[in-house]
Design a protein around this ligand. Structure first.
Ligand SMILES: Nc1nc2c(ncn2[C@@H]2O[C@H](COP(=O)(O)OP(=O)(O)OP(=O)(O)O)[C@@H](O)[C@H]2O)c(=O)[nH]1
Ligand SMILES: [Mg+2]
Length: 450
């Protein structure tokens, strides 16, 4: 018989209310030991919670019961809504721990039980983790959709189509000798497989944007020393995050701030100014800056009046970044100092004049960044793959479909095996198939009590 687990499921103490959750076969019995009588299922009731040994009152709480299997975990679940004092919660948790069959929950264990009882598939579990971690509106929307099963339904729908295709091929073998089977069923199947292949490929192409939404867009500030990068970072962050001095070569480490731009998550990174002939520490800073720039979704090239442009050899964007073809915008800093001529000689880059001293131009830059983010993430209406894990198995699925469709010189049995591989890859994303090794990694993301 499984242990009954319990944990504080609400946040840090002290708080107005603290929710302690119990799940497992002894959950109702435990509630019976702490309080006088059981409430109706799923109806809140006020109860005095008492120490089972001394009968001393511990707190007065709203209690709720959710009989399995129609509960979050699929087991009997009890929720105690206590007062959120540290000593109150400690006393209730201690009383629970002393009851037979009860033990504190591991991180993510409630959700893991929900998965094991088939209440959630793995994509829904991941969506739930993302929902708890969501910091911006767009992240919340994406996570909610995934927790609600949008991604799982998409993959499950594809998997069912593959199972159907295989069944059709089997049927084709069974009835091959009979006269009245029209044409070759198999031909239709390979046509369907080709259509599905196209859908998977499209979905995979968009998956980067789903992953980006989880992690945030990376915008990197680069430019020559003293161009005003750190001043810009501080102005955007609204606080003194980075050190600003008139000395060239102030910033060495990469300094990141997390921003919420129109609901989209953006990480803005300040980096060391690029120049040759720098000392050892600064050189390391420049190496880190270059590395960051290569991973960027967008580079903001800061240039003070008369400073170097991205395309300038030697002082401009390092070659290693140019080959990555990251989009670059120019931010013409210190616009208060002189009237700026348009300085992008090619005329293809956006150019934003800003003055941190006067506070001008920042709004336009903000708005453009917000548009950049919303263009990158799209409308957000479709279910997107959100993790490397999804992309990995989608790639397997696509390769298997490619084999199935292209290997038309091989017998149908072998091509049907390709379809099975494609279906299995999808099953691994939803957790229908053999993912034991992954579970610890996925559930470890959760906090205790979820
Ligand atoms: N007049 C004027 N001065 C500015 C403006 N922005 C920055 N500065 C000055 O320019 C100098 C360099 O600014 P930083 O923000 O440290 O420049 P940086 O690009 O981060 O420099 P490094 O970290 O050395 O690469 C400082 O003295 C700032 O006060 C501005 O909008 N107007
Ligand atoms: Mg700096």
């Amino acid at each position: 018989m499984q242990d009954t687990i319990f944990a504080l499921s609400s946040g840090a103490l002290p708080s107005g209310v603290a929710v302690i959750r119990l799940s497992g076969p002894s959950a109702f019995e435990a509630l019976g030991s702490l309080s006088s009588s059981m409430p109706q299922p799923r109806q809140a009731a006020l109860r005095v919670l008492r120490d089972p040994q001394t009968q001393e009152p511990l707190d007065q709480a709203l209690v709720l019961t959710f009989p399995g299997p129609a509960s979050f975990t699929g087991e009997d679940v009890v929720e105690l809504q206590c007062h959120g004092g540290r000593a109150v919660v400690a006393a209730v948790l201690k009383a629970l721990a002393e009851l037979p069959g009860m033990r504190p929950a591991e991180p993510g264990e409630f959700t893991r039980r929900a998965f094991e009882k088939g209440r959630l598939d793995l994509t829904e579990v991941e969506g739930l983790a993302d929902l708890i971690a969501a910091e911006t509106e767009a992240q919340r929307r994406q996570a909610f959709r995934q927790m609600d099963g949008a991604l799982g339904r998409l993959y499950e729908g594809w998997r069912k189509r593959l199972v159907h295709m295989r069944a059709m091929i089997e049927a084709d073998f069974d009835f091959a000798d009979e006269e009245d089977v029209p044409g070759s069923v198999a031909d239709t199947v390979w046509g369907e497989a080709a259509v599905l292949k196209g859908e998977v490929a499209d979905h995979l192409n968009r998956s980067r944007s789903g992953e980006r939404l989880r992690d945030g867009l990376l915008v990197v500030l680069m430019g020559a020393p003293n161009a005003g990068k750190s001043s810009l970072l501080n102005a955007i962050a609204g606080r003194e995050v980075a050190i600003v001095t008139e000395e060239a070569g102030t910033t060495r480490d990469v300094i990141e701030v997390h921003l919420d731009l129109d609901g989209y998550p953006v990480t803005l990174a300040d980096t060391a100014g690029l120049r040759s002939g720098a000392g050892r520490v600064e050189q390391e800073g420049i190496r880190r800056a270059t590395e960051k720039g290569r991973a960027a979704d967008l580079i903001l090239w800061a240039v003070e009046p008369g400073g170097p442009l991205p395309e300038d050899e030697g002082q401009g964007l390092p070659e290693a970044i140019r080959t990555e073809s990251v989009p670059v915008w120019i931010v013409s800093t210190k616009a208060d100092l002189e009237t700026l001529a348009k300085r992008d000689s090619s005329g293809t880059m956006k150019d934003f004049p800003v003055s941190v001293t006067k506070g001008t131009g920042l709004d336009d830059l903000f708005k453009a960044l917000g548009r950049f983010a919303s263009d990158t993430f799209g409308s957000g209406e479709v279910a997107l793959a959100t993790r490397e894990r999804h992309r990995h198995y989608l790639t397997d699925c696509l390769a298997a479909l490619q084999d199935a469709v292209s290997r038309d010189h091989l017998p149908a049995e072998l091509r049907a095996e390709d379809l099975r591989r494609a279906a299995d890859a999808l099953g691994r994303i939803t957790g229908r198939i053999d993912v034991e090794d992954l579970l610890d990694v996925i559930f470890r993301e959760f906090c205790i009590g979820k």
